[in-house]
Design a protein around this ligand. Structure first.
Ligand SMILES: NC(=O)c1ccc[n+]([C@@H]2O[C@H](COP(=O)([O-])OP(=O)(O)OC[C@H]3O[C@@H](n4cnc5c(N)ncnc54)[C@H](OP(=O)(O)O)[C@@H]3O)[C@@H](O)[C@H]2O)c1
Length: 250
């Protein structure tokens, strides 16, 4: 087991990529804190992990709210003794032409995708610094380094996540903390269900990867998260690990 007895917080753990990360971490022996806003969805993932012989608890929390993040991190540390790993994965996407975005759209995406990871880092890093050990893994996106139309706040938020990763790595690698991010390409999740249901869009995507696949499976992203959260990645700092089926090389 590659994460035996490590305490891992996974935000956005109830669905899609985050759920696959939670299940993979459970299989690898981690104690998993499943974090999202809708309690019953988090509890369902906890049940899957526990039924498979793992350890997990749900911690409902909105990552865009400082008081909730601080309370959640304290709750996890009280319940499991410490925090070893964060996967900052919670994220939302709203697609529109630039002139149609409302101020609220912008705030929701920046607050969830970007500020949430700042708040989580502030709450968790002191715990990790004390024991000179920790792994922070943020879920960025290829949209953080490659432009997509009709996705301005999303691209801006993910570019910010890539730079949170690099700036934090530069600051806290000396404290025994590895900070890295993963940039998934198109991954089949509830976030993009409407696009998976559109055969013309699927055909378009198939032409954009060298593999000819439209969508990556969530488990393929979870594999990267297990690696970056494990001690196998002890010398990896500030990496933006692109897991995109080759989209960006085309
Ligand atoms: N799918 C892709 O193709 C793709 C590609 C590149 C990057 N990504 C990134 O990967 C991450 C996961 O995406 P996904 O496709 O798996 O998304 P998803 O299926 O829509 O799941 C999003 C998760 O985030 C939670 N969440 C949303 N807002 C939250 C908040 N304010 N506080 C706490 N939890 C919150 C949701 O639960 P609740 O609603 O119950 O809170 C859910 O668990 C995101 O950061 C996304 O930007 C995805």
């Amino acid at each position: 087991m590659r994460l035996k007895d490590k305490v891992a917080i996974v935000t956005g753990g109830s669905m899609g990529i985050g759920k696959a990360v939670c299940l993979a971490f459970g299989r690898e022996g981690a104690k998993v804190a499943v974090v999202n806003r809708t309690r019953e969805n988090g509890e369902a993932v906890v049940k899957e992990i526990v039924d498979a012989g793992g350890a997990a608890r749900a911690f409902p929390c909105d990552v865009s709210k400082k008081a909730e993040v601080d309370g959640m991190v304290k709750g996890v540390a009280d319940a499991f003794g410490t925090v070893d790993i964060l996967v900052g994965n919670a994220g939302i996407m709203i697609n529109k032409p630039v002139e149609d975005y409302t101020e609220e759209d912008w705030d929701r995406m920046i607050d969830t995708n970007l500020k949430g990871n700042f708040l989580l880092s502030q709450a968790i890093i002191p715990i990790m610094k004390k024991k000179k050990y920790g792994k922070l893994v943020f879920m960025a996106s290829i949209a953080g380094t490659h432009a997509f139309p009709n996705a301005l706040p999303y691209c801006a938020s993910k570019g910010g996540v890539v730079m949170i990763t690099k700036a934090l790595a530069a600051e806290i690698a000396k404290d025994g903390i590895n900070v890295n991010c993963i940039s998934p390409g198109n991954t089949a999740t509830p976030l993009n269900q409407h696009l998976q249901d559109d055969p013309d869009f699927v055909k378009l995507l198939e032409g954009l990867t060298p593999t000819g696949r439209a969508y990556i499976a969530t488990e393929e992203i979870a594999g990267a998260a297990v690696f970056l959260a494990s001690d196998e990645a002890s010398a990896v700092h500030g990496l933006d690990m692109i897991v995109d089926d080759g989209w960006c090389v085309m």
